[in-house]
Design a binder for this molecule. Structure first.
Ligand SMILES: [Fe+2]
Length: 287
């Protein structure tokens, strides 16, 4: 499970290679939206995902580009740093995607129901009722957000760019981070998730991925894209913190660890624990 490739061709290539290396077939891989955004190769990145033949859902970037909107649809406050940056990269994306890719973006579903063993999950870009709501781990602790009731054991999402998994009200919430931009953790790594059933538990591993970020930066520089996001690919620090709650803001610059999150219908969830490296031989039930 991965999303948020943001036009980062080198990271997307590395992501798919990693998925195949771990033994996943295209039908076991899911893309959670936002193929094109900050980086230099929106067309090639989207085509890589299309050609991979993997199930995909619509992110706010696909929605906005498919509608030929004036901005990315994140709902940033007017005049904020995110708002000003998005004007630049969104204009670039609009000018650099083909009618074919725009059509693909328009055709994507907003959600997918994913069955992993006996667990039924709803996969959406941001939340089930919003394609662009930012939800972070601290929003669960503060009670600002809790999953809606629904016939699901949990939800798998992206959009917010920082990976985490948690459980509340007998449901799990998994955000696999972004595969095309670091997690504001001071490292150049990007993130994906492996989800599988092990006995009675749904086990999620949130995994970092290293890739050829200097090539992605060079492509952005060649195309005159704003330096903030290019710099972020190297130092892992977001150019704007507008969307972050205080907890996540204060955690910025500290390297995230791989984690394993276990969820059980009967007992809820167990605390996340450091993960062991992915086991290539046991990938059959994951996506
Ligand atoms: Fe998004």
């Amino acid at each position: 499970m991965f999303g948020g490739t943001y036009g980062n061709l080198q990271a997307t290539r590395a992501m798919l290679e990693q998925a195949y290396h771990l033994g996943f077939s295209p039908q076991e891989i899911i893309f959670t939206g936002d193929s094109a955004a900050y980086c230099a190769d929106p067309e090639a990145t989207a085509r890589l995902i299309i050609d991979a033949g993997i199930p995909a859902i619509m992110g706010n970037c696909e929605e906005a580009l498919a509608n030929d909107s004036a901005d990315c649809g994140c709902g940033f406050e007017e005049g904020s740093a995110c708002d000003l940056l998005s004007v630049q990269w969104f204009g670039y994306c609009r000018a650099h995607i083909s009618a074919y890719v725009r059509q693909w973006m328009a055709s994507l579903p907003r959600s997918l129901v994913v069955e992993i063993g006996k667990f039924r999950l709803l996969c959406t870009h941001a939340t089930p009722d919003s394609i662009n709501r930012f939800v972070f781990a601290s929003d669960f602790a503060t009670g600002k957000f809790s999953p809606l009731d629904g016939p699901y054991d949990g939800y798998v999402t992206g959009h917010s760019g920082i990976p985490f998994a948690t459980g509340t009200n007998g449901k799990c919430w998994i955000n696999t981070g972004a595969a095309g931009m670091p997690a504001n953790d001071g490292t150049s790594r990007v993130w994906y998730g492996i989800i599988e059933q092990q006995e009675d538990e749904l086990v999620t591993r949130l995994m970092p991925l290293s890739y050829d970020y200097p090539a992605a930066i060079s492509s952005m520089e060649k195309n005159g894209l704003p330096t903030g996001y290019a710099q972020c690919l190297a130092d892992g620090l977001w150019p704007s913190h507008d969307i972050l709650p205080e907890v996540e803001k204060n955690a910025g610059g500290r390297a995230l660890e791989e984690t394993t999150f276990r969820f059980c219908r009967k007992t809820g969830h167990a605390p996340a624990e450091p993960a062991s490296p992915p086991d290539v031989s046991s990938s059959s039930a994951a996506e």
